[in-house]
Design a protein around this ligand. Structure first.
Ligand code: FAD
Ligand code: DHB
Length: 394
C-alpha cells in the first residue's frame, strides 16, 4: 500500500489531520489499533478552545458541534467558600470556549472520513516507523492478522503517549522534559443536570474539584485523589459527599446528585519531547507532549499541531518550499510550552500537594485573590484558557 501521508492513530489529532488533508486534495491513510466503538466511547476531554471550534467548522466538521455544543463565556473559580466568575469575552475581546466532548468530535470526524475521505483502518496496529530519515518512510503494521507495509511520502505519528512513532527518532537527537504529579483525577459521568451553567474549578484544603458537563442532562465531575487510586475504592455516595464538601460556599448553592454511569482515574503528567520532527516523521498531539488536564489543553494542542502540519504540507505542495515543514517543530513547540506553563500554573494553583505547608496554602489563596481582584491577572488566565493562536504567530 502507498500514500502521501501515513497517519498513525485515529484520536482527535489523526482524524482532524486526515480531514484537513482530504479537503486540500492530499491523500492519506489512517491506521488505528483499536476498534471503532472503543475510539468513539473513550471518555476524555470536554472543552474546545475557540480556535479549535473554528478549525472544525472550516473543515466541514462543525455542524453537530454548533447544534449540540454549549458555548461558554466564563468559568467560576471557587476558594475559601467564595465564588469568582471569569468573564472570557469581556477580558479577551470576545473570545469564548465550546463544551463539546472529545467522543463527539471523534464520532463526527470518523463519519466524515468513512463517507468522503481516504482509508481509515481500525484494528490496524502500527508496529514501527522505518527509514524516517529518508525520502521514503514506511509504516510496518498488522491488520486482520497479517503484517503489511504502508509506503509514505510523510508519516505523522498521532498515536498518543503510548504509541510507537516517537521511538523511531534516535534517542541521541532528542530531549525529554517531564514532571509527574503526586495525585490524579477521579472522573465521573452522572445522569444529572449540571448544578451550575458554567464550569467550576474549586480549590479546597481537601483537594481540587471540577464541575463540568457533557450536555444539559449529563454532568462530568472530577476530584483530586491520591496517585494510584483505584476508582472502585470510592463508592458513589462517598464521591458525592466529597464533591459536596469541596464545592461548598457561603451562599445557597447546592450540588445535585444523580446516578453515576462511569468512573475512571487519570494520572497527571507534564511531558514534552523535542524535537517533534525527524526527517519525514512528524509527531502531533499526545505522541509529542502531555499536559495535566487542569485547563483542558490536551486536545486543543493536538488540533494546533495538525493544523500547523497541514498548512506546512499544503505550502510545500503549492510553492515547492519546505520552509514551513522545516519550521514545524519550532512553531508547534512555542504554543506547546505556553500550554505547558498554563496547565502547570492551573494545577499548582488549585491542587493540594500531599504534605503542602500552611505557607503554601496561603500562597495559593493569595494567587487566587490576585486573579479575583486584578484585571491584568484575570486577563492572563482568560487569554490562556480561551486559547493561544494557531500557527507561526503562536
Ligand atoms: P489520542 O487521543 O491518545 O489518540 C491516539 C490514538 O492512537 C488512539 O486512538 C490509539 O488507540 C492510537 N494508537 C496508539 N498506538 C497505536 C499504534 N501503534 N498503531 C495504531 N494506532 C495507535 N484533555 C483534556 O483537555 N481534558 C480532559 O479531561 C482530559 N482527560 C483525559 C483522560 C485520559 C485518560 C487521557 C489519556 C487523556 C485525557 N486528556 C484530557 C487529554 C486529551 O484527551 C488528549 O490530549 C487527546 O486525546 C490527544 O489526542 P491525540 O489524538 O493526540 O491522542
Ligand atoms: C473537562 C476537562 C478538563 O480537564 C477541564 O479543565 C475542563 C473540563 C471535561 O472533561 O469536561
Amino acid at each position: 500500500m502507498r500514500t502521501t501521508v501515513g497517519i498513525i492513530g485515529a484520536g482527535p489529532a489523526g482524524l482532524l489531520l486526515a480531514r484537513l488533508l482530504h479537503n486540500a486534495g492530499i491523500d492519506s491513510v489512517v491506521l488505528e489499533s483499536r476498534d471503532r466503538a472503543y475510539v468513539e466511547r473513550r471518555q476524555r476531554a470536554g472543552i474546545l478552545e475557540q480556535g479549535t471550534a473554528d478549525v472544525l467548522r472550516a473543515a466541514g466538521a462543525g455542524e453537530r458541534m454548533d447544534r449540540e455544543g454549549l458555548r461558554h463565556d466564563g468559568i467560576e473559580l471557587r476558594f475559601d467558600r467564595t465564588r469568582h466568575r471569569v468573564d472570557f469575552p469581556g477580558l479577551t475581546g470576545g473570545r469564548s470556549v465550546m463544551v463539546y466532548a472529545q467522543t463527539e468530535v471523534c464520532k463526527d470526524l470518523i463519519a466524515l472520513q468513512l463517507r468522503e475521505g481516504g482509508p481509515l483502518l481500525f484494528e490496524a496496529e502500527a508496529l514501527a516507523v522505518e527509514d524516517a530519515g529518508t525520502d521514503a518512510p514506511r509504516i510496518r503494521f498488522r491488520h486482520e492478522g497479517r503484517e503489511d507495509v504502508l509506503e509514505c511520502s510523510y508519516v505523522v505519528g498521532c498515536d498518543g503517549f503510548w504509541g510507537v512513532a516517537r521511538k523511531a527518532i534516535p534517542a541521541g537527537l532528542t530531549q525529554v522534559f517531564e514532571r509527574t504529579y503526586p495525585f490524579g483525577w477521579l472522573g465521573i459521568l452522572a445522569d444529572v443536570p449540571p448544578s451550575h451553567d458554567e464550569l467550576v474549578y474549586a480549590r479546597h484544603d481537601r483537594g481540587f474539584a471540577l464541575l463540568s458537563m457533557r450536555s444539559p442532562a449529563v454532568s462530568r465531575l472530577y476530584l483530586q485523589v491520591a496517585d494510584g487510586t483505584d476508582p472502585g475504592a470510592w463508592d458513589d455516595e462517598e464521591i458525592w459527599d466529597e464533591l459536596e464538601r469541596r464545592f461548598e460556599t457561603d451562599d445557597d448553592w447546592y450540588l445535585q446528585r444523580g446516578p453515576i454511569t462511569q468512573k475512571t482515574v487519570t494520572p497527571m503528567r507534564s511531558y514534552v519531547h523535542e524535537p517533534m520532527r525527524h526527517g519525514r516523521l512528524f509527531l502531533a498531539g499526545d505522541a509529542a507532549h502531555i499536559v495535566p488536564p487542569t485547563g483542558a489543553k490536551g486536545l486543543n494542542l493536538a488540533a494546533g499541531d495538525v493544523v500547523t502540519f497541514a498548512r506546512a504540507l499544503i505550502h510545500r505542495q503549492e510553492t515547492g518550499s519546505p520552509e514551513l515543514l522545516d519550521a514545524y517543530s519550532r512553531t508547534c513547540l512555542r504554543r506547546v510550552w505556553q500550554a505547558e506553563r498554563f496547565s502547570y500554573d492551573m494545577t499548582t494553583l488549585l491542587h493540594r500537594a500531599p504534605g503542602a505547608t500552611a505557607f503554601e496554602d496561603r500562597l495559593q489563596l493569595a494567587r487566587l485573590e490576585r486573579i479575583a481582584s486584578s484585571r491584568a491577572a484575570e486577563t492572563d488566565l482568560a487569554e490562556a484558557y480561551t486559547g493561544f493562536p494557531f500557527g507561526p504567530a503562536g
